[in-house]
Ligand binder design. Structure first.
Ligand code: HEM
Ligand code: HEM
Length: 190
């Protein structure tokens, strides 16, 4: 379906396609910024506990337990039901938005069609662009899904999958930018 003209001959991308494209870029950039700033440690592991070597006195252990309980109670104040908004919730909501964009974009691409290739892209570049655009659109769905699996199962064994998926996204994005980051091509998306 790539580059098959829509119902009437097209010269450029539709405004709706440009808006969807840049909205996606914004959402993914924000999501990466939030992802790398997630506080993965709730800070509820009082210092000293791990280094005690297991021979902490009962009184000391009780004191550490109380500290941990108080800390977890404070952390709970920030969860979804507590009415607050923390970075993990922002990460979840943005992830769902990216997932929605990942579903809508290819569907809209089918309906709206694509403009003819830029004459500045060689046949090899066109083949690369076809593959990288497909990879990017697939990863827009796969990356949030791996995040949902991670949160849904609550099992850290899924972390490498989520990290791997977004690293694969970086690879596809690098290939995308290698073709598109020049004025003659960039202009087509504005
Ligand atoms: C476009 C979508 C997403 C992107 C680009 C993204 C990206 C990231 C990044 C960069 C990190 C930090 C990884 C690291 O420290 O090396 C991260 C962590 C995490 N993400 Fe996402 N994420 C996305 C969607 C989601 C969704 C939908 C969820 C589900 C709620 C989710 C759950 C998590 C969790 C739980 C972590 C912490 C993992 C850990 O314990 O190390 N992510 N994500
Ligand atoms: C989240 C990251 C990105 C994704 C998922 C993405 C995805 C896509 C897709 C699927 C297309 C094909 C047209 C369409 O279906 O709408 C496209 C085209 C394009 N993208 Fe991106 N893109 C991203 C980031 C960027 C960035 C950062 C730039 C430039 C700074 C860029 C520049 C372009 C240009 C210029 C085109 C038009 C290429 C042409 O057909 O001549 N993209 N992008």
């Amino acid at each position: 379906m790539h580059r098959v003209p829509g119902p009437e001959p097209r010269v450029g991308y539709r405004a709706s396609q440009k808006v969807l494209h840049w909205l996606t870029v914004l959402a993914v950039a924000a999501q990466l910024a939030v992802g790398y700033n997630l506080d993965l440690d709730d800070g509820c592991d009082p210092a000293g506990e791990d280094r005690s070597g297991g021979d902490t006195s009962d009184a000391e252990e009780e004191r550490l337990d109380r500290l941990e309980d108080a800390c977890e109670a404070r952390a709970d104040d920030h969860d979804l039901l507590g009415g607050g908004f923390d970075l993990a919730e922002v990460h979840l909501l943005l992830g769902l938005a990216v997932l929605a964009l990942g579903v809508v974009r290819p569907l809209w691409r089918r309906v709206a069609g694509l403009p003819p290739w830029s004459e500045h892209l060689s046949p090899a570049r066109r083949r690369l662009a076809t593959r990288t655009e497909r990879a990017l659109m697939t990863l827009l769905v796969v990356v949030p899904l791996t995040g949902l699996v991670l949160v849904g199962t609550g099992d850290d064994a899924w972390v490498p999958l989520h990290v791997g998926a977004h690293v694969a996204f970086f690879v596809a994005l690098a290939a995308h930018l290698s073709s598109n980051l020049r004025p003659a091509i960039l202009r087509r998306m504005f």
